[in-house]
Write a protein that binds this ligand. Structure first.
Ligand code: HEC
Ligand code: HEC
Length: 339
């Protein structure tokens, strides 16, 4: 009697234990890749989904940061003679809040990290976006070219290699390597800044498997699915500047150093050299009110175009990459330093 009781209670314990271990016990934590969670919630794999090998990831990283890589013992040809992808794009998180693209908060954030403030959006989390070259970029490159790049990350890579970087079309294996590297930069749950309460709720929702669509949408509300781009014009009067805004030279200094100098200091991508000398500031200052691309207002809003015989050009800043307030901040700094 005693023995059978002992056996049956042991059996009961085993049963309980196995029930516990068979239950969906996967607890998501901050290191988990965001896409793994989305897939578990029923999200379909995007067109650009690949599982890159460590070698592909390394090759992709070299293409992005050094412009070329090695394959089967041979050095590959440069994608662009003029730029690295990282001339215009960071590879680290650059917005403190992934839901909004705000150049004001970005400036402080990149400054603290010691990375530049650039026209192109970061590659961190680029695989978590669902469209590329958004909004006003259609104007710049035309609906036909954008059509292919807007909804397909592979085409967006190609478009930028040829148009932005003024380079050559990449080979298929190169595009796949860049993609593999991009996948290594996808968001983790931790990047979304969820509170511990929200993490608990997420894990509960995963166990209960109720309305997974709702959980999916909730997760997607924690980051932007695209990098927005709104183009803008110089102010009607370059003397007055943008109406109602007063520049702050301290903020302007950060923009000058983290953005302009990144490309215009000696050894950068431009022949047009800038530095901290009074003459440089005086030159920039004298051009501000003029109708020329040497005017801050014009160069920031419009950039320059690549012309035959001289391929390096300067990409313009959409409002999401530099605000009108920041243009005034930069002006205030330049005018202060020119005195
Ligand atoms: C001269 C500057 C410049 C260089 C060099 C450059 N890009 Fe870009 N790229 C841009 C700008 C500007 C955009 C449009 C804004 C943005 O990033 O969303 C862009 C957009 C992109 C996008 C779409 C991003 C999105 O979410 O809309 C991809 C992908 C891309 N570039 C890949 C590359 C790759 C790969 C290279 C190197 C082979 C490269 N870029 C080199 C300036 C550049
Ligand atoms: C991503 C690199 C990059 C950044 C960032 C950048 N520029 Fe440029 N800029 C260029 C390139 C390339 C040219 C084309 C001229 C050349 O080939 O040297 C250019 C051209 C210019 C010109 C016209 C010069 C000429 O000879 O036609 C001015 C003025 C200028 N930039 C100012 C600025 C200012 C001010 C900032 C900061 C707000 C800035 N640039 C940020 C790369 C950059």
């Amino acid at each position: 009697m005693k023995i059978s009781l002992a056996i049956s209670s042991l059996l009961g314990m085993f049963l309980l234990l196995s029930m516990v271990t068979n239950a969906p016990t996967k607890q998501w934590n901050s290191e988990d890749n965001l896409y793994d969670v989305l897939f578990a919630l029923g999200e379909t794999k995007p067109k650009h989904y690949i599982q890159g090998t460590p070698e592909q990831i390394k090759q992709g990283e070299e293409i992005i940061k050094e412009g070329r890589t090695h394959r089967m013992g041979k050095r590959s040809r440069r994608v662009s003679k003029y730029y690295m992808c990282t001339t215009c794009h960071n590879v680290e998180q650059e917005d403190p809040d992934l839901r909004v693209s705000n150049p004001e908060t970005r400036l402080d954030y990149v400054k603290a990290k010691g990375i530049p403030f650039l026209q192109g959006s970061t590659f961190k989390g680029i695989v978590n976006r669902e469209t590329w070259y958004n909004d006003d970029y259609v104007k710049k490159y035309g609906a036909e070219k954008i059509g292919e790049a807007h909804e397909d990350l592979r085409n967006a890579i190609q478009l930028c290699a040829v148009e932005c970087a003024q380079g050559r079309k990449m080979k298929d294996w190169e595009v796949e390597s860049v993609l593999a590297y991009y996948w290594s930069l996808q968001f983790t749950l931790g990047d979304l800044n969820l509170s511990s309460e929200e993490m608990r709720e997420l894990n509960q929702a995963m166990v209960q498997r109720g309305d997974t669509r709702k959980t999916l949408n909730w997760l997607k509300s924690k980051y932007a699915q695209k990098s927005a781009a709104t183009f803008f014009d110089p102010p009607p009067s370059k003397h007055t500047g943008y109406e109602g805004l007063t520049g702050d030279p301290t903020r302007g200094k950060d923009i000058y150093e983290l953005s302009c100098l990144f490309c215009h200091q000696p050894g950068g991508v431009s022949h047009y050299l800038l530095d901290d000398k009074k003459q440089s500031f005086q030159h920039l200052k004298s051009k501000i009110p003029k109708d020329t691309h040497f005017s801050l207002y014009q160069i920031i809003a419009y950039g320059t175009y690549a012309i035959p015989g001289h391929k390096p050009y300067m990409p313009h800043y959409p409002l999401e990459r530099m605000s009108k307030q920041q243009v005034e901040d930069l002006r205030a700094y330049i005018e202060q330093q020119a005195e």
